[in-house]
Write a protein of this length. Structure first.
Length: 275
């Protein structure tokens, strides 16, 4: 099994639609032992989702903006396992003012919240757990939405993801000498609670239906969960600072997959011999 005997911390399971829930499910199928984290009032939902996993993992409280929560998670894992083989950061949040056309008007307090939760916490969590990960080989994985271009409605969350992509490279630089890898999975659009807060998810769906050469199922996060597990495993020992796109191939396309006929071209125009 890909993750036999691995001890993993999986953050970001809110409900059974969460990308992290699928990563957790696949990780258990592949032999890993898990601890989950839950946030704020959502922790009751996390407990409920955890009960659908077998065996039910323990759930620790973690608000990534609270340094004492980070320290408590570290203390728990140290007492429980004395090491950590892998960590999934599946956490993102931006206040509504930062999304859906708010790019030019969002106030700094809201933008800073988006950055703290969605970008900075990736580094803060890995830094807090680095000694436990260094026992390994350890692996850190985060979840990205391709930040090379500007997307409809994604606004400051897109900028936060661009920061995450850069932070991942610096994390790879600083943790690599300790034997810890850091990689991101850039997922295509998926119908999760976080995605529902972005009004333009429909526009993404349309784009993906046109541009994904492999096709894309917005209600199936399992392919993303599988890629996360591959990066947490010993099968990617020399990969770090990387962004793996699990998006049906959209990131590599410059336009729709099906060729668009140029005006006047086609089998019946001059120069064509017809069928
Ligand atoms: N759904 C998509 O289309 C998509 C695509 C690419 C990347 N992503 C990324 O995947 C990750 C997981 O999102 P998801 O789509 O599974 O949605 P989700 O709503 O299921 O998960 C988001 C998680 O972030 C957690 N969170 C928010 N603020 C927090 C805080 N202060 N402290 C700790 N946890 C906090 C929530 O509790 C929740 O578990 C996010 O980083 C998101 O940006 C999502």
């Amino acid at each position: 099994m890909l993750l036999a005997d691995k001890k993993l911390l999986i953050t970001g399971v809110l409900d059974p639609r969460s990308i992290a829930f699928f990563a957790a499910k696949v990780a258990q199928e592949q032999g890993a032992e898990l601890v989950l984290t839950g946030f704020g009032r959502g922790i009751r939902l996390t407990e409920r989702a955890a009960a659908r996993l077998d065996p039910k993992p323990d759930v620790l409280e973690l608000d990534v903006t609270q340094p004492e929560h980070l320290a408590a998670v570290r203390a728990d894992l140290e007492a429980r396992w004395g090491r950590l083989d892998g960590l999934l950061h599946a956490i993102g949040f931006a206040p509504g003012s930062c999304l859906d056309g708010g790019f030019l008007t969002a106030p700094w307090e809201d933008v800073s919240t988006a950055f703290q939760v969605s970008t900075y916490s990736y580094v803060a969590l890995a830094a807090e757990l680095q000694d436990l990960l260094a026992v390994g080989p350890g692996a850190v994985v985060g979840l990205d939405f391709d930040a090379q271009v500007a997307w409809p409605g994604y606004d400051w969350m897109g900028v936060a993801k661009a920061g995450l992509e850069s932070a991942n490279r610096y994390l790879a630089r600083d943790l690599g000498p300790k034997g810890i890898r850091a990689n991101l999975v850039a997922a295509g659009p998926l119908h999760t609670m976080a995605a529902r807060s972005i009004g333009t998810i429909g526009a993404f769906e349309h784009l993906w239906s046109e541009r994904a050469p492999l096709g894309w199922e917005t209600r199936d996060p399992e392919p993303v969960g599988r890629a996360v597990c591959a990066l947490l495993s010993d099968w990617t020992p020399a990969i770090t600072g990387e962004i793996v796109h699990v998006d049906g191939g959209v990131h590599a396309m410059g336009g729709p997959v099906a060729p668009v006929a140029a005006e006047g071209a086609g089998p019946d125009t001059a120069g064509s011999q017809g069928a």
